[in-house]
Design a protein around this ligand. Structure first.
Ligand SMILES: [Zn+2]
Length: 859
């Protein structure tokens, strides 16, 4: 009986289950933290014609809450399921809400607000929220604030559909203290004045993604200028009037030039009405491309008199990069953040095209090499290498997509794609793509489809190796002096054993007895070429022209011949390519570090191209601190400092002097140089043609303090008193404890960084972290390493996009010992199984120099 009853029960249960399956509606996506791709896809299929009207009331006092109201209007295809808004705040911050006149009890569940199906309408809906704005993305300071919502931080402030493919028209009413000014994407079209407050009404925007909506307000100065009939406005807080005067013309010129270059390349007029930009003190990125209201790091726009050529070029590139985003990213936006690399690669690609003609004295191929290859290799040569295009299940992990693979490797790959298609054909393809998706969204596959139709090559296969898989090819180069059919042989291998092939154009540069010859080849895995035995190649550089990408494995005789030839090579680009090859070979253990230092010290005094000089100087710092054993530095230092002092004296321009001085002060360890630097800081010694700006003196004070000079504490205090600019002073005061000679002060400072509220100003934190982990402090600071790395996961959740990698880099910047390497390895090995893969890659690539140094120096 029991059995029979059980069967009946089972049959009944099954019947109910079947009936349930038949009658029940599609299962709603249950709320989960972040913005899952499944949620985004389902919403994008249901919601259209989206508009937000939002009011923020910003109080005078930084600690008082920002209250806000948001009204979303949209068309819904169906009212069968509940609808989720994203709001990563506790329920108590949601004060009231209603949907289509239905009052709904405020509730936030797993970072979402659920609008029940019963309150929704098929067709037009109006949903309103009264709330306290979340602070994390508002970057509040005492007398200014700015919203920074990329990639999905709008929902940490307000209830929205926080996904790039639900573009909305935004209307903003911004209430601010009456002596402040405000800016947003739209033009200010009206004002309401109250006794203590000022209400700014901004014009409705074009359809833009949530991550691009923004506003800033505070005590700013507005400077505006007209170019080609368009008014550009700049908001800034720089107190040094001479500095503003020195830079402003160039800043406006660069914007106007970038804008007109883009209009002519794309064939599409600037799509967002007015053009303002804000110079934000200690901004966490170089810039952010909010349409109509670009944000920049103030120090990247206002250059000091001591700025180097690289900084001038960097500024021009940055302005062009952000301006290019107005088309690539803002007008046509990736559907999901897995394609965020596309907007970045095109912004960089366009920036290069725009900037180059304005700096005719610069070797741009050489600059492209140094701007992209070393940084791309810094990730691609490591265990933490990652594909350009990565899957992304939830936007709360979007931050870990950003890095050198997107910013540096992708442009290298894109240059190869342009070579494959031809420049005009490639441009026409981009125009077709932009016009086809205006004010909308698109994917990499959409672009590849457009381009594939324009070439006989198999772009899908090409994209698979270059874009969708991680790592770089290993290309072995053999050179036989005897001539014959295999005198030169190149063979490609996939070091990660996936049998991938990376088709690319190469320039083979070969050195003969009395000449250097370039040969351009289409390389697809194998190459054999004969050479004349009577006139043999003494060496071959497979990345000639700075074009080829990969780990080029050269025979020792070839490497040595390149090293010997390098300082005498006539073409600066060939010298640069040779330098990168030697450096990479050194890091792979195929070229001795001491020999590398010889090459650098020989080449430096003879180098005539500033870009090569800068790269040599940068390698010098890395070689001295990372790849020279701590015990060997003392012997090397006097000789190296002599070379650097001589270079500084001999340099003829401020830009060059600044580059030499930067490296000298970085590597200075002898008492003579330290005393000399102290006198420079005290203004007892003036270096001709090298003006010391406030920021330069501040850097120098920190460098002296970390060396424990006798009166370090007094220098820091005196430096604090020297500041005229309050923003720079506040930053310095924050960093000071990190260089204290009192270990207890440093311990307390490190502890304080475990509180997210002390990590809000990321640029300050990173500077402090680099000082805390300075190589001279490595022995006493290594105890912080494990705790600092453990914070990375939390930092990914609480910080901005670049912060996790930069924090890990800063944490590991000063170490080289096998003990620390083992400690870091142990930390990574012990990570839990559910630790995010991409974040693990971030740690592995940041740790790579520590592993490598330990291996090279102590094997
Ligand atoms: Zn960008």
């Amino acid at each position: 009986m029991a059995r029979k009853i059980a069967l009946v029960a089972a049959a009944l249960a099954l019947g109910f289950a079947l009936a349930y399956l038949i009658t029940r509606k599609p299962k709603p996506v249950p709320p989960a933290p972040g913005i899952a791709m499944t949620l985004a896809e389902s919403r994008a299929g249901r919601v259209s014609q989206l508009r937000y009207e939002v009011t923020f009331r910003v109080p005078e006092k930084r600690t008082d809450a920002v209250s806000a109201h948001l009204r979303a209007t949209f068309v819904l295809t169906d009212k069968d399921q509940p609808l989720l808004f994203d709001f990563a705040q506790p329920t108590e911050r949601l004060l009231a809400m209603h949907a289509n006149r239905n009052i709904i009890q405020p509730a936030v569940e797993a970072q979402h607000i659920v609008i029940p199906a019963s309150a929704l309408l098929t067709g037009e809906n109006i949903v309103e929220f009264e709330f306290i704005a979340g602070e994390a993305a508002l970057n509040r300071n005492d007398d200014f604030l700015y919203a920074l919502f990329v990639p999905a931080r709008a929902s940490q402030t307000m209830p929205v559909f926080d996904q790039p493919d639900l573009k909305a028209r935004w209307r903003l009413l911004l209430n601010i203290p009456k002596d402040w000014i405000g800016v947003s994407n739209g033009k200010e079209i009206g004002r309401v004045t109250a006794p203590t407050h000022l209400g700014l009404i901004f014009e409705e925007t074009q359809p833009i993604s949530t991550y691009l909506f923004t506003f800033a307000a505070g005590k700013f100065t507005i400077d505006s200028d007209e170019r080609n009939g368009r008014v550009f406005r700049m908001l800034h807080r720089e107190t040094d009037a001479a500095k503003v005067a020195r830079n402003r013309k160039a800043i406006f010129d660069l914007h106007a030039q970038a804008l007109s270059s883009l209009e002519s390349y794309t064939g599409i007029p600037y799509p967002f009405g007015k053009f303002d930009f804000v110079a934000v003190p200690s901004f966490q990125f170089g810039g952010m491309e909010h349409p109509g209201s670009v944000f920049y790091n103030a120090s990247s726009l206002f250059l000091d008199e001591s700025a180097t050529q690289n900084q001038y070029l960097g500024r021009a590139s940055l302005i062009s990069h952000e301006t290019a985003h107005m088309w690539f990213g803002d007008l046509v936006t990736m559907k999901w953040f897995n394609d965020v690399w596309m907007k970045e690669v095109f912004a960089n690609f366009m920036a290069a095209k725009i900037v180059n003609p304005s700096f005719p004295e610069v070797n741009h191929e050489l600059r492209f090499l140094f701007q992209h290859y070393p940084s791309a290799y810094d990730v691609d040569r490591t265990e933490g290498s990652n594909p350009i295009r990565q899957e992304l299940a939830n936007l709360n992990e979007a931050g870990s997509l950003y890095g050198a693979i997107i910013y540096q490797k992708a442009p290298i790959v894109m240059r190869q794609l342009e070579l494959l298609l031809g420049a005009d054909n490639f441009r026409d393809g981009l125009r077709e793509y932009l016009n086809g998706h205006k004010y909308g969204n698109a994917t990499w596959k959409d672009l590849i489809a457009v381009l594939d139709a324009r070439t006989p090559s198999d772009l899908a296969a090409w994209s698979h190796a270059w874009v969708e898989e991680r790592g770089r090819p290993k290309i072995t180069v053999r050179l036989s002096p005897s001539g014959g059919p295999t005198a030169l042989a190149l063979e490609e291998n996939d070091p990660l054993v996936r049998s991938l092939s990376w088709p690319q154009q190469l320039i083979l540069t070969e050195g003969h007895k009395d000449r250097v010859v370039d040969t351009r080849v289409d390389f697809s895995g194998q190459l054999r070429a004969s050479r004349d035995a009577a006139d043999p190649s003494l060496w071959v550089l497979p990345n000639g022209g700075g074009l080829g990408y990969g780990d080029f494995v050269l025979e020792d005789a070839n490497l040595q011949a390149i090293a010997t030839a390098l300082p005498d090579l006539k073409d600066p680009l060939t010298r640069g390519a040779a330098l990168v090859t030697l450096w990479e070979s050194m890091l792979e253990g195929r070229f001795a570090t001491t020999r590398m230092m010889d090459v650098i010290v020989t080449a430096l005094p003879r180098e005539t191209d500033e870009l090569n000089t800068s790269q040599l100087l940068e390698y010098t710092r890395s070689l001295f601190w990372r790849y020279t054993a701590a015990d060997d530095r003392g012997e090397l230092a006097p000789k190296l400092e002599t070379v650097l002092r001589a270079g500084l004296d001999k340099a003829t321009t401020t830009s060059l002097k600044s580059a030499w001085f930067g490296t000298l002060k970085s590597v200075a360890t002898t008492p003579e140089t330290t005393v000399w630097l102290t006198k420079v800081w005290r203004r007892e010694i003036v270096i001709p043609k090298l003006p010391m700006a406030e920021a330069d003196e501040a850097d120098l004070a920190l460098d002296l303090a970390v060396r424990d000079v006798p009166d370090a504490a007094a220098i820091l205090q005196a430096q604090l008193g020297r500041f005229k600019n309050p923003d720079r002073k506040a930053r310095f005061a924050f960093v000071m404890p990190a260089v204290s000679s009192d270990a207890a002060v440093r311990d307390a400072f490190f502890e304080s960084l475990k509180d997210v509220n002390n990590r809000r100003r990321e640029a300050w934190v990173l500077e402090a972290a680099r000082m805390l982990h300075h190589p001279l402090r490595a022995a006493v600071s290594k105890k912080y390493v494990a705790d600092a790395l453990a914070l990375v996961r939390e930092i990914q959740q609480t910080g901005d996009i670049f912060f996790p990698k930069r924090w890990a880099d800063a944490t590991l910047s000063g170490y080289q010992s096998p003990q620390t390497a083992a400690q870091v390895r142990e930390f990574i090995t012990a990570l839990p199984a559910d630790y995010p893969q991409r974040l693990k890659w971030v740690l592995l690539s940041a740790a790579d120099p520590v592993f490598r140094a330990a291996k090279i120096l102590h094997q």
